[in-house]
Design a binder for this molecule. Structure first.
Ligand code: OXD
Ligand code: MN
Length: 600
């Protein structure tokens, strides 16, 4: 390993030019504050990874799983109070409070730095400080952006190696570009009362203390690729979104790319890796996975939006992942995977609720003998980290530096009532309102109550690095002469019937809805116009082979005027919460629909 003692000057290996001076200076400054025993510059290579894994196995940070059934795979058990994102401790620190907006927790930058630097002071004594240069997106893409994460957690290094393009090529790109996002992370004492996740968008920097959980600690992901990137995207004319990207290939060999925003733990990974129902498979339909969580898009020379997935791996929710729900995810995680907070069988196989096999967990996620009366075997937000390349449906286009052209944008939430299976926005302005109005029931991906309905515009409530009112204005600004914008849809896979059961089968059958969207894009299907948008003409959405009850057909394709009137009152209140800053165009669109709902 390339370790250095703190007495040696922190210098980037093999470079002495001025381009990296800022990086060297920052590392020296961080080392002076945190006082590590050693500094290790990560090259991202196999030997480095093997050494880190061996050290983590030796100290119990990683537990080796069954080498026959799950080769080169590991279990990590986190601190029991460090299992999810902490939205109440996540801050956007802009000089002006209104810039962060009511959608973010805010602190003035000077106060924030002082508070968190006091925690960082000397926190790496007795530890090694790892310096991780990384690239978000294909290394040669003009859409990609780089960062450097400094951390005292080897678990973070091992995960960043899977989730980003990390090491020497990223360092070379940083040297070429001369710019990078600075991320400082320490697990600290893993004490929830000494924990902050802070963002300084104007300084392109992140400081995270006291948590080792993915969304708080793998700084390339939510902190950089969403909160900081959304701020950068606004000033540079692109979009950084909480969206999966998939390709739908039809039997004629034509592929349409779709980007879809759903809140955390609402099935983005499952949709991104969908396996078509049998009849579709036989006819030649295929789904290609580009990304399951984050999408960076910008207009190309032809006016269409082109998208890349800035990530290189999946940090997916384990519970519920099965042969039925997501065979591609299950195949991906058969080897070379880090599992966090899952249960384990007596012979060392990972296990979680909903895995759908007949194994029995011996030990739960806290390392205790499993007793279902005490706690589930796997934490509801337990995760797998695996390289995207292991996914059978991984698209070669995911490495295309120009990105893929997006034909449709889909918004969706977890809504037990009111919201139909699918509807189409009338135009871009209406589509922005549909995204801005998104609501969903909360999940275990963040600490706090689960199952509570909240507004989660474009699934970005926890991730937008600036005022939502300005964010919606930014979205609206893409509608300009020459733009060939995607169609916008809203879906709800989670509608329940009177008996409390899901009415739509979901999973592979969601392709039926995607096919209808593509027909709409190609002008091959009509809609039933309603004030909320266009509903499918039922006969034009392929339901062959599905058994849907009379209730399901009525509710999934129906429009409840009274219910929507109440929903729109709530949406109006939400928009008003942003005062004068809310774009008049969006308020006018809301007013137009409210008027139609009232029959005027
Ligand atoms: C995630 C999340 O981990 O949204 O992707 O919380
Ligand atoms: Mn996510």
């Amino acid at each position: 390993m390339n370790a250095r003692t703190k007495d040696l000057p922190a210098a980037t290996p093999g470079t002495s030019g001025s381009t990296l001076q800022a990086l060297n200076d920052w590392i020296a400054e961080v080392a002076a504050l945190t006082r590590p025993d050693a500094i290790h510059w990560c090259d991202g290579g196999d030997a480095e990874n093997a050494a880190l894994i061996a050290a983590m196995e030796a100290d119990g940070t990683l537990i080796r799983l069954n080498e026959d059934t799950n080769p080169r795979s590991w279990l990590h058990r986190s601190h029991p109070e460090d299992v999810a994102r902490v939205e109440h401790l996540t801050l956007v620190c802009t000089p002006d409070r209104d810039e962060a907006g009511p959608n973010n927790h805010w602190m003035p930058p000077a106060e924030a730095h002082a508070k968190i630097d006091a925690l960082f002071d000397g926190c790496m004594r007795g530890r090694t400080m790892y310096v991780i240069p990384y690239c978000m997106g294909p290394i040669d893409s003009p859409l990609s952006r780089c960062g450097v994460e400094v951390t005292d957690s080897p678990y973070v290094v091992a995960n960043m190696r899977i989730m980003t393009r990390m090491g020497a090529p990223a360092l070379a790109r940083i040297e070429r570009e001369g710019t990078f996002v600075k991320g400082l992370h320490s697990i600290g004492e893993l004490d929830p009362s000494r924990r902050w996740i802070m963002h300084f968008p104007h300084e392109l920097s992140i400081k995270s203390y006291g948590s080792g959980y993915g969304g708080n600690a793998l700084l390339g992901k939510k902190c950089h690729a969403l909160r900081i990137a959304s701020h950068q995207a606004r000033s540079e004319g692109w979009l950084a979104e909480h969206m999966l990207i998939l390709g739908v290939e039809n039997p004629q060999g034509e592929t349409h790319y779709i980007a879809a925003a759903f809140p955390s733990a609402c099935g983005k990974t499952n949709l991104a890796m969908l396996i078509p129902p049998e009849g579709y498979r036989e006819a030649g339909w295929k789904i290609w996975t580009i990304g399951d969580d984050i999408c960076w898009m910008r207009p190309g020379p032809d006016g269409r939006l082109y998208a890349i997935n800035p990530e290189a791996g999946f940090f997916g929710v384990a519970p519920g992942t099965s042969k039925k729900s997501n065979p591609n995810a299950l195949a991906s995680i058969q080897a070379d995977t880090i599992f966090t907070n899952v249960g384990v069988t007596a012979d060392g196989q990972p296990w979680w609720e909903g895995i759908g096999n007949d194994q029995v967990p011996a030990t739960d996620w806290r390392g205790e003998p499993h007793d279902p009366a005490v706690r589930p075997a796997a934490h509801p937000n337990s995760r797998f980290t695996v390289s995207a390349r292991r996914c059978p449906s991984w698209s070669p286009m995911a490495e295309d530096p120009q990105g893929v052209p997006i034909s449709a944008i889909v918004f969706g939430g977890r809504r037990a009532s009111l919201v139909p299976l699918v509807f189409e926005a009338r135009d871009w302005t209406h589509g922005v309102l549909v995204g801005a109005s998104m609501g969903s029931e909360t999940t275990a991906a963040a600490t706090g109550a689960v199952g509570v309905m909240r507004r989660d515009p474009m699934a970005m409530k926890p991730f937008c690095g600036y005022n939502f009112a300005d964010y919606f204005a930014h979205w609206l600004s893409f509608d300009k002469p020459g733009a060939k914008l995607p169609k916008v849809f809203h879906v709800n896979w989670f509608r329940k019937g009177a008996a409390g059961r899901f009415l739509w089968p979901g999973f592979g059958d969601n392709l039926r809805v995607l096919e209808w969207m593509i027909d709409r894009v190609k002008g091959k299907a009509g809609v039933v116009e309603t004030p909320i948008g266009g509903l499918p003409v039922q006969e034009e959405l392929d339901l062959e082979g599905l058994v849907l009850s009379e209730e399901a057909r009525r509710v999934l394709f129906g429009f409840d005027r009274e219910g929507w009137q109440a929903e729109f009152d709530g949406i109006g209140e939400f928009l008003d919460g942003y005062g004068e800053r809310m774009p008049a165009r969006l308020k006018a669109e809301w007013g137009r629909i409210q008027g139609e709902l009232q029959g005027s």
